[in-house]
Ligand binder design. Structure first.
Ligand code: ATP
Ligand code: MG
Ligand code: MG
Ligand code: MG
Length: 475
């Protein structure tokens, strides 16, 4: 089944259960001081759960563009190294605002996975909140347990702790237990060796969480106490790319049609086959992942810049450039060439990609050119440092200067030094870094001016582009 059809079937299924299909909220958030990027489907419905506003429909479903690179959910370091965490991903979800509760949420999730999508139920594990001994003195979620027992044999029900199976919005507000659904896609041979239930929540690439069903039934008061909510809510989130991996019978999200067109294009540009070595595989996955995060942000109006959300985006793009530069030998701008592939593939579901295509290409290309120049200059400086060095060590101060003044990434410095038989005074570098952090804490933060409103017309796109040029010069 194609990814487009998988997405459609999810939405159609919940539509058939009287849900309204709503559009994804922007991935870049501009009016919430507590959150830079949407990191879960529920973000856009926060005010409904808090009771501050009333939804038009009390059952909705959507696919939400999410980015998990900062704050509470930061998966950046995993991305590319594992095969199932992305920076940008789609979260499919269904919601009940004070309408249906656990019974429907559980039964429908099961019906969709096993009957509509046809997943073998024997490969699925579900978890329930086991309760906690701390101040809250919460008991086992017997309600969910009893509902699951009707459809899942007990050996595939896992009891989970507060960390995995209790969701809270923050220090205050709605919260409640959750049930996660995990899938075991290992070979029969592997399954015979270790039971799947032992691998749930163990970061195994083929025993992964696919869906989280949150049952919002409490309100945490300012004094920390919990009270039952008068109206209970359902909030669910399923990783779209992981679901595609399962339904397309693959062992990695990157082997699904969400990513293969991008990887094919990277192969074409670099002349390196995906699968050649673990090192090049990681680099290719990083680039295929990061171009999505960057392109979707730009399409949302967030350009790379030196502050706030723009800085996060710039760093993601630079990370992709760096992986290409170091492991795929790409010395010229090329990531922008992936934009047409992405647009072709996802433009039907996310029309903003189509209308902002040339902006995305131009911005990414300019960023690449500018950062590649930095890398070139840094390499020359580093070579000189090595020539001048008396013993085979580079001081923390010199490395910091390269990093701070020239924007040369420290891990690249370390790598190049290692390759040349040099060592880096890491302690010295850390000390310099700490000094700088202390300095900048003292300075006031400038964070305005990195948000541009975009209309889906070329003219607006050009305003954004000029703004970017200005930003690049500061870098
Ligand atoms: P994990 O434990 O795998 O990190 P999570 O518990 O942090 O996932 P939730 O916050 O419960 O994830 O989000 C709901 C669903 O979104 C998950 O069940 C998973 O399928 C998907 N998901 C979460 N993080 C990512 C990510 N970085 N990339 C792709 N899908 C993700
Ligand atoms: Mg996580
Ligand atoms: Mg989890
Ligand atoms: Mg979860």
């Amino acid at each position: 089944m194609k990814s487009q059809d998988i997405r459609k079937q999810f939405l159609e299924f919940f539509k058939s259960k009287s849900h309204s299909i709503v559009p994804s909220a922007p991935m870049v958030i501009k009016d919430d001081p507590t959150l830079m990027f949407t990191n879960a489907g529920m973000n856009q419905f926060k005010e409904f759960f808090l009771g501050n506003s009333v939804p038009k429909s009390n059952r909705v479903t959507d696919t939400q563009k999410c980015l998990r690179v900062s704050g509470k959910h930061n998966d950046l370091e995993e991305v590319g190294h594992d095969t199932y965490h992305h920076t940008m991903f789609e979260m499919l979800g269904n919601w009940s605002f004070g309408d249906y509760f656990k019974e429907e949420a559980i039964n429908w999730a099961w019906e969709l996975l096993t009957e509509v999508y046809g997943i073998n139920p024997e490969n699925l594990y579900v978890s329930v909140f086991e309760g906690s001994e701390d101040n809250d003195k919460l008991g086992l979620d017997t309600e969910a347990l009893e509902l699951w027992k009707k459809i899942v044999p007990e050996e595939r029900i896992i009891y989970g702790n507060k960390k995995d199976n209790f969701w809270e919005m923050g220090d205050q507000g709605p919260c409640g237990p959750c049930s996660e659904i995990h899938i075991d896609i290992r070979s029969e041979e592997e399954k015979a060796k270790v039971p799947g239930r032992e691998l749930v929540n163990m970061d195994h690439p083929q025993v992964v969480e696919i869906w989280n069903l949150v049952f919002m039934q409490y309100n945490r008061k300012a004094n920390g106490e919990l009270e039952e909510l008068p109206a209970k809510h359902i909030d669910t989130g399923m990783g779209f790319e992981r679901l595609c991996m399962v339904l397309q019978d693959k062992k990695s999200n990157y082997d699904t049609d969400v990513f293969t067109p991008l990887l094919n294009e990277i192969e074409k540009i670099t002349g390196i086959k995906y699968g050649k070595s673990e090192e090049t595989n990681i680099a290719m996955r990083v680039i295929a992942d990061h171009v999505r995060a960057v392109a979707f942000s730009i399409a949302d109006g967030q350009l790379p810049s030196n502050t706030g959300a723009g800085y996060v985006i710039r760093r993601i793009l630079r990370r992709a450039i760096r992986y290409g530069f170091t492991f795929l030998n790409t010395k010229e701008a090329f990531i922008y060439k992936l934009v047409p592939v992405l647009t072709e593939q996802m433009g039907a579901s996310f029309p903003e990609l189509k209308s902002q295509k040339s902006l995305m290409e131009n911005v990414i290309r300019e960023e690449e050119i500018s950062f590649l120049r930095t890398l070139d200059q840094g390499l020359i400086l580093l070579e000189n440092l090595m020539k001048e060095a008396k013993d085979k060590t580079i001081s923390g101060e010199k490395a910091f200067e390269l990093y701070d003044t020239f924007g040369f990434p420290i891990d690249l410095t370390a790598l190049i030094l290692r390759e040349n038989g040099f060592s880096l005074d890491e302690k010295g570098f850390e000390a310099e870094l700490k000094k700088q952090k202390d300095r900048s804490r003292a300075a006031t933060q400038v964070s305005a001016g990195d948000w541009v409103e975009l209309n889906p017309v070329e003219e607006a796109a050009f305003i954004g582009y000029d703004q970017l040029e200005a930003d690049v010069k500061i870098a």
